[in-house]
Ligand binder design. Structure first.
Ligand code: HEC
Length: 135
């Protein structure tokens, strides 16, 4: 796995520098997220061990925003999902880069606050590609 990853990373660095999104880069960057997020498949298989401050991030694509059962989301995020917004890759990129700003744009409420206290200032598109592939 490690060898495969290094070989793949090397290939990307030499051959694919212009590609905007790279799920393998996102996967490697998940170290930024695991203090608060685990990734656990629907059958209980643990893909990435992580903290519980944030929800399990498996299977987001096509799922309503803020809808993981058993997690206590903030009101703002839950309301976006209740309004019918589902996660797609573009929404994930924008959210991960700045959850607070994304929430304020989606709700139209300048005082909406995110419970996620983290912004991924670089590599959000790679991360979204990685998360979108977890299904
Ligand atoms: C300090 C803890 C913390 C860190 C670090 C963190 N998150 Fe979060 N995340 C949260 C919390 C808390 C929520 C729930 C937000 C709310 O309810 O407003 C959340 C929600 C999310 C959601 C929405 C999930 C859903 O079910 O709708 C996504 C996507 C997400 N985080 C991705 C990430 C990614 C990717 C990273 C790493 C770049 C990351 N988070 C880092 C705490 C964190």
């Amino acid at each position: 796995m490690k060898t495969w990853f290094s070989a793949y990373a090397a290939l990307c660095l030499t051959v694919l520098p212009a590609l905007a999104q790279d799920a393998a880069v996102g996967e490697a960057a998940f170290t930024q997220c695991r203090a608060c997020h685990a990734i656990v498949a629907d059958d209980g298989t643990v893909i990435v061990e992580g903290g519980r401050t944030g929800p399990n991030l498996f299977g987001l694509l096509g799922r309503a925003v803020g809808s993981r059962e058993g997690f206590a989301y903030g009101d703002a995020l839950r309301s976006v999902g209740e309004a019918g917004i589902v996660w797609d890759e573009a929404e994930l990129v924008a959210y991960i880069a700045n959850p607070g700003e994304w929430l304020r744009a989606k709700t139209g409420d300048a005082r909406a606050r995110s419970r996620m206290g983290y912004r991924m200032t670089e590599g959000a598109a790679d991360m979204a590609a990685y998360l979108a592939g977890l299904k």
